[in-house]
Design a protein around this ligand. Sequence first.
Ligand SMILES: Nc1ncnc2c1ncn2[C@@H]1O[C@H](COP(=O)(O)OP(=O)(O)O)[C@@H](O)[C@H]1O
Ligand SMILES: [Mg+2]
Length: 433
Amino acid sequence: MAETLIEAAEPLDPVYAAEREKRPVYSNEDLHLLVLQLILSLLLNPHKNSVEKRYYPTEAEAGQKLNVPFVLQCHVNHPGNSKLMPVLHERAKAMGEGVTRLVKLTVHCLFQHELYFNRRRMVAGAFGTVYTCKPPYSDETLIVKLIDMPKKEHDLPLLQTLFNEMTILEQFKGNPCVCQLYDYGVNEEYCYMVMKQYRTSLKSWRNRQTAPLEEMLPLYIWTFGSILDAMQLFSDHKVNHFDIKCDNILLEPLKDDMPDSEFWDSSHGSPTFSVVLADFGESKVYNSENDEHTYRNRGTEFIMSPEMISIAKARYKGDAKYDRRKRSGAGKASDIWSLACLFYEILTGDFLFYDDIWPAFFCRVTVEGQPILKPENIEKVDENPEIIALLEFMLVRDPQHRPSLKATRQKFKLLFGEMLSKYPRMDTQTQRH
Ligand SMILES: Nc1ncnc2c1ncn2[C@@H]1O[C@H](COP(=O)(O)OP(=O)(O)O)[C@@H](O)[C@H]1O
Ligand SMILES: [Mg+2]
C-alpha cells in the first residue's frame, strides 16, 4: 500500500490518500488489477463485439442507472492508479481484442496525443472534427478525427458507439474498400482516430461535376455499382452501416501519386478512383437476425428509412410501446433504403427526400400511397427508365418487403450490366470481395 503511494506519479491529496488506505482493494496491486479485469470482462457482451447494455444508461435511462464506463474512466485515470495502467494494458491484451479496445478507449496515458498537436482543421462533421496532421513519426499526412468525450456522469455514454466504430474499422484492416484506421486513443477531452488520408469524399467529387447527367451516366452508375459491391462485404460480416451517403464515401486514386489534374478529370468517362466506405459512427455489428435491429435513430435524416424515422418519432413522443416492439426497429433493410437515396444523390447531387418542411418529408417517406418519386425527381434523372426502375425496386416502405442487398445487386446487374460491360474496373472491384 505505502509503496503504491510513494511511487504514484504525483503526490496524492492527503484526504484521498487516507481514505484510500482504508479500502482493501488498494492493499494489493494484483487484487486491484484483477478487480479491474473483472469489470472489463463484464463490460463486454457475451459475443465480445459490443459493450454490455446493462452497465450503461441509454438516453431514456439517463440518471437512473449506474454509468459504469464513466466511473471506470474516473478510476483508471486517477493519479493514484496510473502506475498500474501499463500492466493493465498488458493483461488486457492477453484477454483479447475486445478488452484491449475497452482499455484503449478508457485509459488516457496509453495514447500519445501530443503527436497530433500540430493539426489543421479540415471539416467539422456531425459528430466530430476532422483534421489533417503530419505527426513527427510519419512522412505521410494523416487524418485525425476528434470526437468530444463525455465530461460528466450524466452525459450520454459514448463508449458503446466508439467501441462499435473501432471494432468495425479494425475488423476491416487492410481491406481497400474500408477506411483504414492506424491508431486511436482517448484523453480527457477527445477520442482521437488516426486514419489514412483519402483524396476526397464522393460528396466533394460529385459537387465538382458539371457535365450533364447523360454524359456522366456510365461513370455514376459504375460508382454506385462499386458501392453495392463494397456493401456486400458488410452484409457478409453482419454489419449495418446506418449512415450511407456521399459524405461518408471516400475516394482513393487508382494509382499512387496520381496528380490532382488527372484525378479530377472525368471528361473521358472512366473512373480515376476506387470507393472506400467510411464513418462507422452510426454502424452496428449484429450477431443474429434477432439482434440486428437498432432502437436508436441513427444517421442523417434525409437518407433515413421509414422505420428509422418512425423510431425517432416514437422516441420524441415517449411512445410507451416503443421499447417493446421487438422486431420493428431498423435493421439491414434500412441500409438498402439509404443506398437508393445515395444512388439518387450520385446521379443528381441532391437528396431525394429533402424537404424544408419536416412534416412534409416525414409524410412522404412514411405514408403508404404517397408517390416515392415526384415528377421533378423523374425529370432530374432524365426520365431514364432503368434508373426509375431501380429506385422503385429499392424504395419499398415496408422493410419486410424491401429487397435484400443480393436482390438489389442482381437487379442492378440486369439493368446496367450492359452499360458497364465497357468498364473493366467493375470486374476488378467485384473480385476484391
Ligand atoms: N480518412 C479521410 N480522408 C479524407 N477525408 C476524410 C477522412 N475521414 C473523414 N474525412 C472527411 O471528413 C468528413 C467527416 O468525417 P466523418 O468520418 O464522416 O465524420 P462525422 O461522423 O463527423 O460525419 C467526411 O465527410 C470527409 O469529407
Ligand atoms: Mg460522416
